[in-house]
Design a protein around this ligand. Structure first.
Ligand SMILES: Cc1cc2nc3c(=O)[nH]c(=O)nc-3n(C[C@H](O)[C@H](O)[C@H](O)COP(=O)(O)OP(=O)(O)OC[C@H]3O[C@@H](n4cnc5c(N)ncnc54)[C@H](O)[C@@H]3O)c2cc1C
Length: 426
């Protein structure tokens, strides 16, 4: 019997993406600076190629090295590196906007791009605003110049902090340890879900200084070269979604790194985390961009504009209700996103902190709900692997699980934070 194979992917929907890129649907009505517009336009130049490659990387669970080559060519590996040090100097909100656009084309790329940029965004202005000794300030300036230089040369950084315990949720110190040695640190431990495993050149590891009775205040942020003796990658990678992140486990066995591997001076991480809570919601762009993509695909599909299923379905009242409900959720998510990303600052008010948690929760939950609704509204044929929707549906399930601000933790913190004033106990 001659069975005709489906084409590997159907790319006609990408024309819809190109159109929505043209009319800036994602940022409709948002106040953008010229710089933000220019960076987003740059993403649009490359994005359709990333969306096309997403089929392959999802199927193979392979890392989008080709997209990272593009990001390097675009100068985007230095997106959050300050301009005075040769980067593009994106501030927090600019990073969030640009990342949401990358996710629009390929969510796995945006997810991992978040990990890379945490190594520059967190260590630039945020650290400068922290109290430090002159010596710490000088050594930080030296170290980050080295790491930013690496990024500008095309080196990729990742950010493994999850350990399968309560550490990444901020409940207790990280189990991965950094022992002081002459001229550097000896790293031991294990990280799970280390996105970019095998593809990053440096793993920006959150670990605990090996002192008696360590607390969370002893957290260190150290960039371990991927090729350092004692670093190994274990476990397989065959997950439900975000397959292009290749988030396998990392083992560190007596890995020596020099002092220059410090991404932040001792004791600074905990202060930065307390001062800038918004730093923990940098994965929201990934999931709001993904939600927008699922919505835009659905509009194109119902209008009969997706090749292979060029049948209009927009005239059915139930489809209209479905798309309206998706749109309402999307607009709620964007409204919160724009407000909260504009509220980024040191020591935000209680209201701003609560709103950031509400924003994270809303985007992660709504992304999954919008992608789920998209599959139902578009119907059976739309969930074939020749279309992107079933991948978007699977990818969307991951948002609510991302520590340190999982949906559960957001609810925990909101519930407590809204009912108790500072210092109150029962
Ligand atoms: C596609 C993908 C990519 C990822 N990439 C990275 C990465 O690059 N770097 C990285 O560090 N992590 C990454 N993660 C991991 C992610 O952030 C979580 O750490 C991971 O999903 C937790 O898995 P778990 O089974 O340990 O979950 P959980 O059991 O949900 O959480 C881990 C632990 O946190 C504690 N915890 C959970 N909820 C609460 C709560 N409400 N209050 C107090 N404590 C709580 C518990 O002790 C729990 O055992 C990735 C995950 C996915 C799915």
């Amino acid at each position: 019997m001659n069975i005709q194979k489906e084409p590997f992917m159907n790319s006609s929907y990408l024309q819809q993406f190109a159109r929505s890129a043209d009319d800036s649907t994602l940022f409709d009505g948002a106040a953008l600076t010229d710089k933000q517009r220019a960076l987003i336009a740059k993403v649009d130049q490359y994005g359709i190629a990333w969306a096309e490659r997403a089929f392959k990387h999802d199927r193979e669970a392979s890392f989008p090295t080709d997209n990272y080559n593009d990001l390097h060519e675009m100068g985007f590996l230095g997106l959050c590196v300050p301009e005075r040090l040769g980067g593009l100097g994106a501030d927090y909100r600019t990073y969030m906007l640009v990342a949401s656009r990358i996710a629009y084309y390929c969510a796995s790329t945006a997810n991992t791009f978040n990990m890379h940029n945490a190594n520059s965004l967190w260590t630039a202005d945020m650290v400068d605003a922290m109290p430090m000794t002159d010596e710490q300030r000088a050594s930080h300036e030296h170290n980050r110049a080295l790491h930013y230089g690496n990024m500008l040369k095309g080196k990729i950084y990742s950010q493994p902090f999850s350990e399968g315990s309560g550490a990444a949720a901020g409940k207790h110190p990280f189990g991965t340890s950094a022992q002081r040695k002459d001229g550097g640190w000896l790293i031991n431990g294990k990280k799970i879900f280390a996105s970019l495993s095998g593809s990053a050149d440096y793993y920006g590891v959150l670990c605990t200084e090996d002192v008696p009775d360590p607390t969370y205040a002893n957290t260190m942020f150290i960039a371990v070269p991927a090729d350092a003796p004692g670093v190994s990658i274990v476990g397989d990678w065959d997950p439900l979604g975000m397959r292009g992140t290749v988030s396998r486990s990392l083992l560190f066995k007596d890995v020596f790194v020099p002092d220059s591997a410090e991404m932040m001076p001792q004791g600074v991480y905990i202060k930065a985390a307390a001062t800038y809570p918004h730093m923990f919601m940098t994965l929201t762009p990934c999931y709001i961009g993904l939600a927008q993509a699922a919505y835009d695909f659905s509009v194109a599909y119902l209008r009969g504009e997706v090749d292979g299923v060029n049948v209009k379905r927009r005239m059915y009242p139930t489809k209209q209700v479905g798309i309206a409900q998706m749109y309402i959720k999307l607009q709620q998510a964007w409204a919160l996103f724009h407000r909260v990303t504009s509220e980024f600052k040191a020591n935000p008010s209680r209201g701003e902190r609560m709103r950031a948690l509400a924003c994270q929760y809303t985007i992660m939950e709504y992304c999954a709900e919008i992608a789920s609704a998209a599959v139902r509204v578009c119907g059976g044929q739309a969930m074939l692997k020749t279309f992107p929707l079933e991948r978007m549906y699977r990818d969307s399930r991951c948002g609510a699980l991302m520590l340190p601000w999982t949906s559960e933790i957001c609810i925990d913190r909101l519930g407590h934070g809204l009912l108790y004033n500072e210092g109150e106990r029962d």
